[in-house]
Ligand binder design. Sequence first.
Ligand code: SF4
Ligand code: SF4
Length: 68
Amino acid sequence: MAKVIFDKERCKGCGLCETVCPKKIIALEKEEINQKGYHPAGVTDESACIGCGSCAIMCPDTVIKVER
Ligand code: SF4
Ligand code: SF4
């Protein structure tokens, strides 16, 4: 199973990763606020991740790492 790791404190909550995930399992964590003052992105159902890496490629700030 792929593992998706977010460097949450560096996320700017732009939501780009959310738009490209083919499994629609990325969402901004509305309950959380990081040091920059944004809702950071996270994975809602890691077991559904296919490890495609699209989220990591899309992130303008290289916040995401996908391990396969
Ligand atoms: S690796 Fe692919 S399937 Fe997994 S969270 Fe990122 S975009 Fe979604
Ligand atoms: S694309 Fe990067 S900066 Fe934007 S919400 Fe996703 S993880 Fe955060």
